[in-house]
Every structure is written in C-alpha cells, then in structure tokens.
Design a protein around this ligand. Structure first.
Ligand SMILES: Nc1ncnc2c1ncn2[C@@H]1O[C@H](COP(=O)(O)OP(=O)(O)OP(=O)(O)O)[C@@H](O)[C@H]1O
Ligand SMILES: [Mg+2]
Length: 295
C-alpha cells in the first residue's frame, strides 16, 4: 500500500517505529527533512547500527519499491546503470531477425539499479539505497554525483534518461575511507551511533520479541559494557540481535559465565577479542551488570 510522506518529525518517528525501526530523534529529524526537501540522506557509522535497515524500512513503510546498489571496489558506471545483452544481440544477428541499427535499443538493455531508479514506478518514486559507497573509488563517486544532481543517467548509444520524479535516495558508508566533500554536499548527513541502553532494549523488543524481559536487560547491559572494552571490533546492534536469538534458541533464562563462553561467537567475531573477554573478564562484566541492574 502506498503511504503519503510523513508530515512531521513525530510522524516520521512513528512511521519507522510502526515498521520495527527504533530511530533516535536526530535520525527521525534528518529523515523527515530528507523526504520533505527531496535531498539524498548520507548515513555514516559503525557496522551493524541500522544504516541499511532504515532504507528497507522506509521502502516498506511508504509502499515504495526498494532498489539497492551494493557498492564494491571496481564497481563501474556500466554495472551500476545498464549493460548491453551481448548474447541476445549475437543471437539476433545470427537469426538476422534484427537490423544492425536496432541492436542498441531498450530490448537489448539489461537494466541495473541506477537506471531502474530513474524509471517511473507504480506507487511513486522508489527508494534508492546506495549501500557502502566508501567501497567504491573516486571516479565512481564523481559519476554518482552527476547522477544524483539531476536524477538522470546517460547511456551513450541511447541518450539521457531522466527520472520524472526524484527517487528517495539513501547512501551508507562504514567510513573505511572519507567520501568526497562534493558528494556529501549534495546530501543531508547523519552519523549513526550505537544506541544507548534504553533504545537498544526497544530495538530488542521490536526485533527479537519472546526474550524474557530480565534476560533482555542483561543482554543489552552486557553488550553496552562490551562496547566500552578495548576491542578490535565492537558488537553492533546486529550482533545484539543475533545473540538474543541464540539465547532464545537455547532456552536460556539468565546469563552465566558458561552461557557467555558458549555463545560469545554471536557477538565477537575476532579470536583476539573472544580470548580477551572469555573467562575472568566475562565474569567481571557480568558481576558489574548484575550490580547495576539490581534494584
Ligand atoms: N534502530 C534500529 N531499529 C530496529 N532494528 C535495528 C536498528 N538498528 C539496527 N537494527 C537491526 O540491526 C541489524 C543490522 O542493521 P543494518 O544491516 O542496517 O546495519 P548497518 O549499519 O547497515 O551495518 P553494516 O555497516 O555492517 O552494513 C538489522 O537486522 C536491523 O534489524
Ligand atoms: Mg549495511
């Protein structure tokens, strides 16, 4: 079902919450502004903090098609916009069914995400997610800048295709390198941080219902403590949710050093980090959170 764009920050927060996304005020504000002004939203932050998820949630909530351009090193304009279906062209030539002049027509075009996002869609402009833009290189960034400035793409053999209405654009970055200022300037920017304990508990309740309330509080408190440790890779919200699901599957009712040792691989993904936390350190953290949580 197609929904109208939210009319206020509160309405944006509610729209996201109704679809299982718990957004802090600052993120709801920048999302509302991005929708209202038709400006791309650039989300940067640690891994597993909900950057990709907000685009998915917005598409569902607004009843729009989600078009995702997953960035990677070496991604070029052709793979992002459109490619010619050489095999089909060859077959057409062999069968002599097509005149040579007709080989470079829409019929032989394989649409990729950026072109798809410029096409009119049932239900209004799509949500275009340009995910992990920091993985591409500068020439591709420059190309993106052009595409996002006028919401148009050019295919040399066909010409320029312009979006009748601007898509809703979200870009994400894990900041493995700085994205160029020129691209950021086109966008509204927001740093997505780890949630505080109260919000993480809300996320857990929304995304992993079924976990006993006391255990949910322990899980959140433990993960929040872990993030203060000197770790190579801190756990994101994704890891908190994974851990909760593991505990649920094991019918765990309360955390213990043994349970933590058995399931640490759900929250820490580096052996050095696991070794650091396992055993006495886990016991100490657990004692700390028990003290904090006891009334
Ligand atoms: N605020 C939130 N509300 C609801 N779910 C959330 C929230 N933040 C994170 N999540 C959950 O955490 C998981 C990871 O989120 P997501 O994939 O969006 O992270 P990311 O920031 O894109 O990470 P990466 O940088 O690794 O791609 C998702 O399954 C999502 O459901
Ligand atoms: Mg992501």
């Amino acid at each position: 079902m197609v929904s109208p764009l939210p009319a206020s920050i509160d309405a944006t927060e509610r729209l996201l919450a109704d679809n299982g996304y718990v957004a802090p005020r600052a993120l709801s504000t920048v999302t509302f502004l991005s929708l209202k002004l038709g400006r791309p939203l650039f989300l940067e932050g640690e891994a597993g903090t909900g950057k990709t998820e907000i685009a998915k949630t917005l598409a569902t909530a607004l009843g729009r098609r989600l078009i995702r351009l997953q960035c990677y090193e070496g991604l070029d304009a052709a793979s992002a916009v459109a490619e010619w279906n050489f095999a089909a062209q060859m077959i057409a030539i062999r069968a002599e069914a097509t005149h040579r002049a007709d080989l470079f027509t829409e019929e032989f075009l394989i649409e990729r995400p950026l072109l798809a996002a410029m096409r009119p869609q049932d239900g209004g402009p799509p949500v275009l997610l340009i995910d992990e833009v920091d993985r591409t290189d500068e020439p591709f960034e420059a190309f993106l800048l052009e595409a996002l400035s006028d919401y148009q793409v050019t295919i040399p053999e066909l010409g320029t295709i312009r979006a009748p209405e601007a898509p809703i654009v979200l870009l994400t970055s894990n900041r493995t390198r700085e994205v160029h200022d020129a691209l950021k300037r086109r966008c509204l920017y927001h740093w997505v941080d780890y949630p505080d304990a109260a919000r993480e508990l809300d996320i857990l309740n929304a995304r992993a219902p079924g976990l006993a309330p006391a255990l949910s509080r322990e899980v959140v408190a433990f993960v929040q403590k872990l993030r203060m440790e000197d770790l190579f890779k801190k756990p994101g919200v994704a890891e908190t949710l994974d851990w909760a699901k593991c505990l649920l599957a094991l019918d765990v009712l309360t955390l213990s050093p043994e349970v933590i040792a058995d399931t640490l691989g759900a929250i820490l993904k580096y052996q050095d980090d696991i070794q650091r936390i396992q055993g006495s350190e886990a016991r100490r953290l657990l004692e700390d959170i028990r003290k904090e949580l006891s009334p």
